[in-house]
Design a protein around this ligand. Structure first.
Ligand code: GRF
Length: 194
């Protein structure tokens, strides 16, 4: 991993699929003096993603790839990343699974945020499963992406107590707030030289 020297911010890409609240949060964070990243590019797998409006409004360079032809889309994306000298990819609510060969090319330089306390509840519908299993705690995790789903090295986690009045929607809202606190912190931890 190339680390930030604190002087020059790392050129980063954010990958999204939907709401893009984590992307917005990371973009706002990137504007701060103490941020180790600059958001150079956003890739959205969905042209109707809410986040796309934000990108237009803020004049952030973005590209849409629906991943229907995953192989060729990934190749095109890799070209763009290379051309724009991207050093870090932040997956933020990105609902597509990147191929092993794509991940290899960016080995150790892709991070993801997942709405559970990994290694528990990998994959989809985490909040439903947490409620169903009457877990006392849940939370979110920022981790390095490797070729196994939601299994790479954990950078940081935040946890909260699940109330017995919570349902998947209330829990998801609470955890999303935590995600917005966690992602910037985890990037600082990962990228700043000690
Ligand atoms: C977040 O909970 C993220 O962790 C999960 O999907 C949700 C998307 O949120 N993978 P947003 O698109 O960043 O608002």
């Amino acid at each position: 991993m190339v680390r930030s020297t604190g002087i020059k911010k790392l050129k980063s890409a954010i990958f999204i699929s939907g709401n893009g609240s984590n992307m917005k949060n990371l973009f706002n964070f990137s504007k701060k003096k103490k941020s180790p990243i600059v958001v150079d590019l956003v890739i959205s797998s969905n042209k109707r993603a809410n986040g796309v409006q934000f990108l237009k409004k803020n004049k952030i360079y973005f590209e849409i790839f629906n991943f229907k032809q995953k192989n060729s889309d990934e190749k095109k994306i890799l070209k763009i990343l290379k051309k724009r000298e991207i050093h870090l990819i932040c997956l933020a609510g990105f609902m597509k699974i990147l191929s092993g060969s794509f991940i290899k090319k960016f080995n150790g330089k892709i991070v993801n945020i997942h709405p559970s306390l990994l290694p528990k509840y990998k994959g989809l519908n985490t909040h439903e499963r947490v409620i169903l299993n009457k877990e006392k705690f849940s939370g979110c995790t920022v981790h390095i992406v490797n070729s196994k789903l939601d299994s790479g090295k954990i950078i940081m986690q935040k946890k909260l107590r699940v109330s017995n009045r919570d349902n998947p929607e209330t829990l998801s809202r609470k955890i999303l707030k935590l995600e917005h606190l966690l992602y910037p912190k985890a990037l600082k931890k990962l990228l700043f030289k000690p």
